[in-house]
Write a protein that binds this ligand. Structure first.
Ligand SMILES: [Zn+2]
Length: 463
């Protein structure tokens, strides 16, 4: 249904986006979390790159499970995009890809001779809003795509590329500088933690290799398990990569445990939000990786929240996270997407759209996969997306999807960013080559294993 409210909201958003007028600084505490609610003091926002929603149950992940048991999770959460840059922009700005407009192809598919990157749009970002409210804002992140001059560091007092294995220690050093945990009136802190986690190339530890039937020597000899081998190989290659993925999830869970441990007593007065920027295909539809698709293994991500008095809605886009954070803190800010917006779940990728109004039926607009128009699936029972609903006996599903997409398009004005004159830098090209994105040999600097990274090791790269 297109309600008067949604039209008014759409027009209001249009006005704000069109004028670049979302730059207001937060004002005095107000909103639903006010009125005597116990508010968290600090905010810890953790993104584990490339983490499928089902990884938590398919791999041994005691720290993820414990965090989930301590907090809340919606029954279903989606990322707003299926690769790092547009997804992180959505999680920082509270704007769907359609509204922020950064929907460029993955670097491998860009024409390297042309200008490729546009800056992030002039929408206020979570760190800017929190900094404006008096927060000390710091990141520890491990994905070089975040360091390409896209403006993702806006609002951060310190923006620190940090390898996964050093991250907990560096976070601990940061937390040591915070006011005493019992001092609730001192300077509040916002930390953004972005682990590369199970992003390729996979270098699972010997311990995780043993659990998943992988010979550690095999990983050492090939300097990691490479996604290209799984994409170009047979089912055995895909199976090896799948096991390597879950082994890497288990290593990442141990890193997560150390990250949470590093917060010490500050955990008790912190809002902790954990999610992923997108999932990963591990053989579904014959595909491996997170390239140009919007299938369920890519759109469905974990979302865990501890330390808020708010009650999460049953289905959430992680684009709602900025509003979740500021509402939990009692900071008034008008994000493009709000926690309780009656918007459908939406994920986008290079013009392709996945949309679900209720978390049960899902429409995919993807000419490449399904031809013109859209295909509808029942994702409440199975995430296989291998049997499109027939027009009969489900005509209502298609009508519902069509109407939902129309209402969404009205509510969320489209924006298209033009590429700007900023060529791919040598530094980024080298970083992408190191990942195999550019088809070069893989000069990875570290061996797999559980030894700590050498001091000063550069953060890894990813998409
Ligand atoms: Zn990513």
């Amino acid at each position: 249904m297109i309600s008067k409210e949604s039209v008014a909201g759409g027009l209001a958003l249009l006005a704000m986006v069109g004028c670049g007028g979302l730059l207001d600084r937060p004002e005095a505490a107000s909103g639903p979390a006010a009125a005597g609610a116990k508010r968290p003091k600090n905010v810890v926002f953790i993104v584990i790159d490339t983490l499928r929603a089902d990884a938590m149950s398919l791999a041994r992940t005691p720290n993820l499970r414990k965090l989930k048991a301590q907090g809340q999770s919606p029954a279903l959460a989606w990322s707003g995009a299926t690769w790092t840059v547009p997804s992180v922009i959505s999680m920082f700005t509270g704007a769907p890809v359609r509204a922020h407009g950064w929907d460029f192809p993955f670097p491998r598919f860009m024409d390297m001779s042309k200008e490729t990157y546009a800056p992030a749009p002039a929408l206020p970002m979570l760190a800017e809003v929190l900094k404006g409210a008096g927060y000390h804002t710091v990141s520890f992140h491990n994905n070089s795509m975040l360091n390409q001059g896209l403006g993702l560091d806006r609002g951060f007092d310190a923006w620190n590329p940090t390898g996964d294995r050093n991250l907990a220690r560096k976070l601990g050093e940061e937390v040591d500088e915070w006011d005493d945990p019992g001092d609730l009136t001192g300077r509040p802190n916002f930390v953004y933690v972005h682990l590369l986690g199970p992003h390729h190339p996979l270098r699972p530890s010997p311990k995780a290799c043993r659990r998943w039937g992988i010979r550690p020597k095999q990983v050492a000899q090939t300097r990691g398990l490479h996604i290209e081998d799984a994409q170009q190989g047979d089912e055995d290659d895909q199976d090896l990569y799948r096991r390597g993925y879950y082994a890497s999830v288990e290593d990442t869970d141990r890193v997560l445990g150390a990250v949470l441990e590093a917060l010490g007593e500050h955990r008790e007065n912190s809002l902790v939000v954990l999610t992923s920027d997108h999932g990963e295909l591990l053989g579904e539809h014959g595909l491996v990786g997170h390239e140009q698709w919007v299938f369920e293994p890519l759109t469905r991500v974990p979302l865990i929240v501890t330390g808020t008095d708010l009650t999460l809605p049953p289905i959430m886009n992680n684009t709602m996270i900025p509003d979740l954070v500021t509402q939990s803190l009692g900071i008034d800010h008008d994000w493009p997407v709000k926690l309780n917006d009656p918007l459908p779940l939406v994920a986008q990728r290079q013009g392709k759209v996945a949309l679900s109004p209720d978390g049960k039926i899902k429409g995919i607009w993807d000419d490449e996969a399904f031809g013109a128009g859209f295909s509808s699936f029942d994702i409440s029972q199975s995430t296989a997306e291998d049997a499109p609903l027939a027009r009969l006996p489900f005509p209502h599903a298609d009508a519902k999807l069509r109407m939902s997409r129309g209402a969404w398009a009205l509510r969320v004005p489209g924006r298209r960013l033009a590429p700007v004159g900023k060529a791919m830098t040598d530094e980024l090209q080298e970083a992408l080559e190191a990942l195999g994105y550019m088809g070069a040999e893989d000069p990875l600097p570290t061996e797999p294993g559980e030894a700590a990274e050498p001091e000063g090791a550069e953060a890894a790269d990813g998409g």
